[in-house]
Design a protein around this ligand. Structure first.
Ligand code: FAD
Length: 512
């Protein structure tokens, strides 16, 4: 178990200047304000409504690394006009109905740990803070299903599930103490042990959702069904643009009794990746296979010029033992390292301090996670890494393989650079150039646009490329059908919106 967090959003970095009360918006976009009568209508729903400037600025940002660089100048992307915190589904429904009728943008936000600007209120209006819809609603011990409010923080759900029911959902993002169940679902997130428990789209059984016009919808609810398309999956990954998730049914498992660890070195990243492929394709992979390229392995573990595979497993002892045997057979012929390396990873796996430390020193840093088939993996690894590394100002680009599937894997790239000048224009330019280079190279090598962080503001400009014409048309039609006035989280996922052009990336000549 991890240390329990505060059960509310954790600010990513301190705002500079005079602090949150005098924060300004970095983006030049037309934002929608609220008149006194509308504020009174919101208050009449019974939800908590805040227009306090400090609350507005803290609630208007997330952990998007680029936006963290603006904090020293006391800037956030855009500022909301009100933060509304419902405590019931009825309140969510009334708030959405009100905003929908008046064309007020509504941006759902929860842990605000997203790293792509997803919960930033690009065009002002209302932030719908989901954090007061919290707690486990019920547990079906025999079926292994937990029904949980969407605003529940991950670590709190796990702590209660474990102590009161002897169960775990097994979804362990690095940000487990920073993020909520609704955020996991909305972003299509992945935990670090997803080889055993699945990604969030595999864990979800059913959802409660409120649509833009206030309609309540329940999706899923069965182990499997054949009643048309799977509506759970329509909303998983929709990033607050199609509906607001108020609760979810998730699969849960008995707390594992077996555990196994091992560490291995490979002469090259490609040889390590091939071992991961062979392990997974035998049908029983350990919970985590983390393969670091030489640059990352040496930085974190001082292992020199070799790729390093850390293997961690938990589950039924018989299953864990079988997976360990498969791992040993597929890694035979390479060097086994000290298991203490896995212990080191486990000790640091929820440490989120690195980002703030580097950004405070003026570095541009971020991570880019892409999925690719095993066939295309070697080419994508080298091409994306080198594309980012060749951007002027980039000091380091490296990768690890973080999640494996029978048909491919997620490569998680990390990059860092120093802008040519210490100001926001140079910082934005370097950051944008890194993403243009890396995301485009990934798509050209048949990679996905994202594996688990999602799209938000940051990747919106690549969506049409990633989905193709037909896919883009289909997604736009779904948006138009479910949210015809376009009030839900406008400016995200590359969807059309009625409020104006996306203010990011800043086009040359824009007045910053
Ligand atoms: C240090 C660090 C490590 C991370 N590690 C991981 C990781 O290992 N795996 C991973 O998957 N992610 C990781 N993330 C990213 C982030 O934690 C996830 O995207 C997380 O799922 C976001 O949840 P949240 O509650 O913070 O959502 P927010 O950031 O508040 O919102 C994210 C998006 O979801 C929407 N949303 C939130 N709640 C709802 C709701 N109830 N209904 C509809 N839409 C909603 C928002 O509108 C927004 O578009 C990491 C982030 C950080 C900062």
């Amino acid at each position: 178990m991890t240390t329990i967090g505060p059960g509310r959003p954790t600010p990513p970095i301190e705002l500079g200047g005079d602090g949150a009360a005098s924060t300004t918006a970095h983006f030049v976009s037309s934002t929608i304000g609220l008149n006194a009568e509308f504020i009174r209508d919101l208050e009449a729903t019974g939800a908590h409504v805040s227009v306090d400037p400090a609350t507005l600025s803290e609630s208007s940002r997330d952990w998007w690394p680029l936006a963290m660089t603006w904090a020293a100048d006391n800037q956030v992307g855009s500022l909301a006009a009100a933060v509304v915190q419902p405590t019931t589904v009825e309140q969510v429904s009334t708030i959405l109905r009100l905003c929908n009728a008046s064309g007020i943008p509504v941006t759902p936000a929860a842990g605000r740990s997203g790293v792509v600007g997803g919960s930033v209120p690009l065009f002002g209006g209302v932030i719908l803070d989901m954090c007061a819809l919290t707690g486990i609603r019920s547990v079906d011990q025999e079926s292994g299903i937990v029904d949980v409010w969407a605003g529940t923080f991950g670590d709190l759900m796990e702590a209660e599930l474990r102590s009161a029911h002897g169960l775990t959902v097994g979804h362990w993002p690095q940000s487990v103490s920073l993020s909520t169940i609704g955020g996991w679902l909305a972003c299509r997130g992945a935990g670090q042990l997803s080889n055993r428990y699945g990604k969030i789209e595999d864990i979800v059984v059913g959802l409660d959702i409120v649509l833009a016009d206030g309609t309540f919808v329940q999706t899923g609810g069965h182990a499997r069904q054949a009643a048309g398309p799977d509506l759970n999956q329509l909303f998983v990954g929709s990033e607050g643009t199609l509906g607001v998730i108020t609760a979810a049914r998730l699969r849960a498992w008995n707390i594992p009794e077996g555990e196994a660890r091992s560490a291995w070195s490979f002469p090259s990243f490609e040889e390590g990746a091939d071992a991961c492929r062979r392990i997974v394709q035998r049908g029983l992979a350990p919970a985590a296979l983390r393969l670091y390229d030489a640059a990352e392995a040496n930085r974190s573990y001082g292992t020199g010029d070799v790729a390093v595979l850390l293997v961690f497993d938990e589950g039924d002892p018989v299953v864990v033992d079988a997976a360990a045997q498969i791992t040993e057979q597929e890694c035979a012929g390479t060097i086994r390292l000290d298991d203490a390396l896995v212990e080191k990873w486990l000790g640091h796996r929820n440490d989120v301090s690195a980002l703030e430390a580097l950004i405070s020193k003026g570095f541009v840093v971020d991570t880019m996670e892409l999925t690719v088939s095993w066939t295309d993996l070697p080419n994508l690894y080298v091409t994306v890494r080198d594309a980012i590394a060749s951007v002027p100002g980039v000091l380091a680009a490296s990768a690890h393989l973080s999640h494996s599937y029978s048909d491919g894997a997620c490569l998680y790239f990390t990059f860092a650079g120093k802008p040519s000048e210490n100001n926001a224009i140079a910082t934005d330019a370097l950051y944008t150039a890194c993403w243009d280079a890396g995301a485009r190279a990934g798509l050209e090598c048949d990679g996905s646009l994202s594996h688990h962080h999602g799209i938000g503001i940051n990747r919106a400009r690549f969506m049409a490329e990633a989905l193709g014409d037909g896919g883009t048309q289909a997604l736009h039609a779904i948006k138009a059908a479910l949210d015809p006035t376009g009030v839900l989280n406008p400016g995200k996922l590359g969807l059309p919106n009625p409020y104006g052009p996306a203010p990011f990336p800043v086009t040359s000549g824009a007045d910053q």
